[in-house]
Every structure is written in structure tokens, then in C-alpha cells.
Design a protein around this ligand. Structure first.
Ligand code: ADP
Ligand code: GLC
Length: 481
């Protein structure tokens, strides 16, 4: 039996700001129980959903030495869908109405969390073979593990994996402050360890000290070795390329299933979508005050509204796009300039554009089910889950060929009669608009062809099945048996 511990800053269904939570909440369930005991540690945020907070069991507490003082570490536990989740409690670090507040507070919070995650292991009597860390928030774990913990028998030989979900976020601050927060000595703050461009960098620490590194698609694994995508760490990614591999994300096929989804108006599957899917569209048109017209092509967007996702291209083309026979439904929150941009166009073209500037799982499912096409012109995209959800719901992705978008959406080729979506190469607003217009022409003029694109999309398998196998192989190899 191999024991694997996931440590991350978010996980569904407890707390989610993006795709990281989907991955950490759904992947652990996908390993065969007879060979793998996979458990998860996340913070016990005050802003976690109340229904889950009510279900947690208190285990114990102790005091841990960090940042020149003794800090309280409470441990809670909940078994959810067969997986043991542990929640680290400390009201000073995890209060507030959102998980992240920016630097330098978050650096203190996640130094505490990382050290606490290691410290509780003997207390909960779980000695993992592998600790699987996710993103910068857990970057100090491989560092602490090698530096402090592996001196004692309990921790000796534990291996660590660092998964990059987004290289843009690294946890960076000046060395002096980070030294005092983490309690790490001068030895660690050199360019071959935690230092990058004269600053201290949590993720870099994780990438230097982890036994293996993964990221969430093959293309992104290649891209981050180049200056454009490497966010200053491309040299390190090249240096560690033997330990770096891409494993594409999956999604939870039970949670995202148009046949059983209780959040959508009309269920459907790969056989019935031609007749039934459109009922979700007209219901949503009615709900959002758009023109109710089953024939109008609806484009969906569900996203964090940030530069990463290509919203400057959309902003640039909005007026022109709105001259076409399309409807656009947006669900998202993020940068104010994009929130206001969509509000503005929803006011200007009120029967065609709907701006839903909030977070709602139910609304996201309705959009995946209702839209004809899903727009995701990202500047960079480590993997992307929204396009996988779209494929599953028979909603044709229109994407830029980067990262996981390139690996999971095959461009439609009208001559060969293959492909699952539409894509363009360059980060260019006109290229995007041309691609959307090409999709419009296929949608309106060659509906049978369109439906075959949907057929092929819905026949793809982006459940965790294949990718979980690749993680299994890696864990087995790392554990040395
Ligand atoms: P990222 O992690 O970069 O934000 P992903 O495509 O990997 O992008 O994952 C985004 C996840 O967050 C998807 O599950 C998507 O449905 C969800 N999501 C994003 N914005 C919202 C929102 N406003 N309401 C509900 N779900 C959202
Ligand atoms: C990050 C990336 C996204 C990826 C997600 C889960 O948030 O931006 O592309 O799908 O992590 O790995």
C-alpha cells in the first residue's frame, strides 16, 4: 500500500477559487483503494462553506515553533467520498472572507501552513511515502522536509512532488522578511536555492528541492522552459527538465455529467443533445433577459476575469463581435476593468450580452449546458478545465493554441472532417475574431457538420482515468517499488 499526501491551499467541495481546487478535490478519488491511501491537507478557512464546517471533527491541537514564536495548530478531519481530508486550524492565519489576501501576509500564512502540514503527520499517525505539493503556497514543504524534518526517523525517505498549476504565481518577497517569516538560514537564500532576482521565492524552493516536478499539460511543460512562459524560472525548468513532466488534468465525470446534472434545466447525452441541449439555452435566455431564440448562437465564458484568460482580446473586439448574430453570456469575477467592460456591453447590447459578475457553481453548469460554443482565448493556460467541461457538455470550445488548450482541443478541419473545436495560433484580436466568425459560419450554414464536431467532443475522455495512471506510475517509481 502506497501512502500519498496531497497538500494544497484549496480543494472542492470545501473551498475553491479556480481549477486548482477542482484538481485537488477530484484526483485523490481516482486511485485504486487497494494500492493507494491518498489523503489531503488544506487550511481550515473561516470562509469555508458552512455546511462543511459543521461536519468537521476536531482531533487535537499543539503548538509549533515558527517565526520566533509558538503558534497554535489545530487539526480537524472529515472523510468525504472515501477520502480523508485534514484541515489545519489557526484563526490568526485563516480568518477573513477569502483564502488569499496578497503579500506579504499570504507568505506568513503559507509558511505556517506548510510547516504545520509536515508537523501534524506523526500526530495523525500517517507517514506518507510521497508528499504531493501544489503551487507556490506549498513550495516550502520540500524545503522544510529536506532541511529539518528528514533528520528524524519518521520523515526519513519521504519523497516530494511539486506540481505547477500556474507558474505566474510564485510567492515572492524580499529575503530579509522571508528569512524571518520562515526561520530558514542564510544558506537557503542563494540563486541555486530560494533566491531569484535578489528576492526570496517559495515556488522556486519547491522546484529546487522536490524529487519530481509535474505540470498540468505537456505543452505547458515545454512552454515554461522558454522565456515568454517561464516567468523568470525558465532556466531552472530547463535545468530540471529530466525531473519535469506534463500530465494533463481531467475533470470529475460524475460532477460534470449532462445526463445527471441536477443544476441544469434539461438533461441530455451524446445521443440526445441534438434535441434536448437547446432547451437549456432557451431557459437561460429567458432567465438572463436575452432574446429568446433557439436558433441564436450562444457563446459562453466562465472564468476568472484576468489578463491570463485573454480578455484584452475580447474587450478589443466586443463592439464588432456584437454586430454578428451571436449572444454572449459571461460568468466571472476578477479585474475591475474587465468586470466593467462586460457590464458596459451588457447595457449597450442588452438582448445579446449578459454579464454575470459573481461566482456561482449552479450558473456555471447552466452555461456549460446552454451555450453552443465556449470562448477561451488565453494568453497562457497551464491546462484549463473549462474547455474540458465544455467538451463534456457538447459545447464547442473556441481557444487559443497554448498550454493545455492546445493539448485538449483538436482544431476542426473541414477537409478531413475531424476536430473537436476551433483554435487560433497568435495572440491577436483579429485572429480570434476570424476564428469566431468561422465557427459562426459552420454553426449557421452547416449545422450537420457542427453537430459532428459536438459528437466528437462528447466522445472524448477527459475523466481522470488516463492521467491518474500516469500519477500512479510516478508515485510508484518515486517510492522505489
Ligand atoms: P483557472 O484555474 O486558471 O481559473 P481553469 O479552467 O483550470 O482555470 O478552472 C476554472 C474553474 O473555475 C472551472 O471549474 C470554472 O468553471 C470555475 N469558475 C471560474 N469562474 C467561475 C465563476 N464566476 N463561477 C463559478 N465557477 C467559476
Ligand atoms: C491553474 C491554471 C489552469 C489549470 C488549473 C488546474 O489555475 O491557470 O490552467 O487548469 O490551475 O491545474
Amino acid at each position: 500500500m502506497k501512502k500519498v499526501l496531497y497538500v494544497a491551499s484549496e480543494a472542492v467541495p470545501f473551498i475553491k477559487t479556480g481549477g486548482l481546487a477542482d484538481v485537488v478535490g477530484s484526483l485523490p478519488k481516482c486511485f485504486p483503494k487497494e494500492y493507494f491511501d491518498v489523503r489531503v491537507i488544506i487550511p481550515k478557512y473561516a470562509c469555508m462553506k458552512q455546511e462543511f464546517k459543521d461536519q468537521l471533527h476536531y482531533i487535537t491541537n499543539f503548538y509549533m515553533d515558527l517565526n520566533w514564536r509558538q503558534q497554535y495548530v489545530g487539526i480537524f478531519e472529515l472523510e468525504y467520498e472515501g477520502i480523508k481530508f485534514y484541515f489545519i486550524d489557526n484563526e490568526e492565519h485563516f480568518s477573513g472572507d477569502k483564502p488569499y489576501y496578497g503579500m506579504p501576509g499570504d507568505l506568513e500564512k503559507f509558511a505556517f501552513f506548510s510547516k504545520a502540514a509536515l508537523s501534524i503527520l506523526p500526530v495523525i499517525d500517517f507517514r506518507p511515502d510521497i508528499i504531493h505539493c501544489h503551487d507556490w503556497q506549498t513550495g516550502l514543504i520540500p524545503v522544510y522536509l529536506k532541511e529539518r524534518f528528514q533528520g528524524s526517523d519518521f520523515y526519513r525517505g519521504i519523497k516530494s512532488v511539486m506540481t505547477i498549476h500556474n507558474l505566474k504565481f510564485q510567492g515572492v518577497w524580499d529575503i530579509k522578511t522571508v528569512k524571518s517569516i520562515t526561520g530558514l538560514s542564510d544558506y537557503f537564500f542563494t540563486p541555486d536555492k530560494l533566491e531569484a532576482n535578489k528576492d526570496a521565492n517559495y515556488l522556486k524552493g519547491g522546484l529546487v528541492y522536490a524529487d519530481a516536478i509535474t505540470t498540468v499539460s505537456n505543452t505547458y511543460a515545454e512552454e515554461i522552459k522558454t522565456p515568454f512562459y517561464g516567468e523568470g524560472l525558465d532556466g531552472l525548468m530547463q535545468a530540471r527538465s529530466n525531473s519535469l513532466r506534463g500530465i494533463v488534468n481531467g475533470i470529475d465525470y460524475d460532477e460534470y455529467n449532462p445526463e445527471t446534472d441536477s443544476m441544469i434545466v434539461k438533461n441530455y447525452n451524446a445521443k440526445t443533445f441534438r434535441k434536448e441541449k437547446v432547451k437549456n439555452k432557451t431557459a437561460l435566455q429567458e432567465e438572463l433577459g436575452l432574446e429568446v431564440n433557439p436558433k441564436a448562437m450562444m457563446l459562453g465564458v466562465v472564468s476568472r476575469l484576468t489578463d491570463q484568460k485573454g480578455f484584452d482580446l475580447i474587450a478589443y473586439m466586443m463592439d464588432e463581435l456584437c454586430q454578428d448574430a451571436i449572444q454572449l453570456v459571461v460568468l466571472g469575477t476578477g479585474e475591475e476593468k474587465y468586470e466593467n467592460m462586460f457590464r458596459h456591453f451588457a447595457w449597450k447590447y442588452d438582448k445579446k450580452v449578459s454579464a454575470n459578475i459573481y461566482y456561482s457553481e449552479a450558473m456555471s453548469h447552466k452555461i456549460y449546458a446552454a451555450a453552443d460554443a465556449f470562448l477561451m482565448p488565453s494568453l497562457f493556460e497551464p491546462c484549463g478545465l473549462s474547455q474540458l467541461m465544455s467538451l463534456r457538455y457538447g459545447t464547442v470550445p473556441i481557444v487559443r493554441e497554448t498550454g493545455g488548450l492546445k493539448d485538449t482541443v483538436q482544431p476542426y478541419n473541414e477537409f478531413e472532417g475531424n476536430g473537436t473545436g476551433f483554435s487560433f495560433t497568435n495572440y491577436n484580436a483579429h485572429e480570434m475574431l476570424n476564428t469566431i466568425r468561422y465557427a459562426e459560419r459552420v454553426y449557421y450554414d452547416r449545422k450537420r457538420e457542427w453537430n459532428k464536431i459536438v459528437d466528437r467532443g462528447m466522445a472524448q475522455d477527459y475523466s481522470w482515468k488516463n492521467s491518474a495512471k500516469q500519477y500512479e506510475e510516478m508515485y510508484t517509481w518515486l517510492a522505489g517499488y
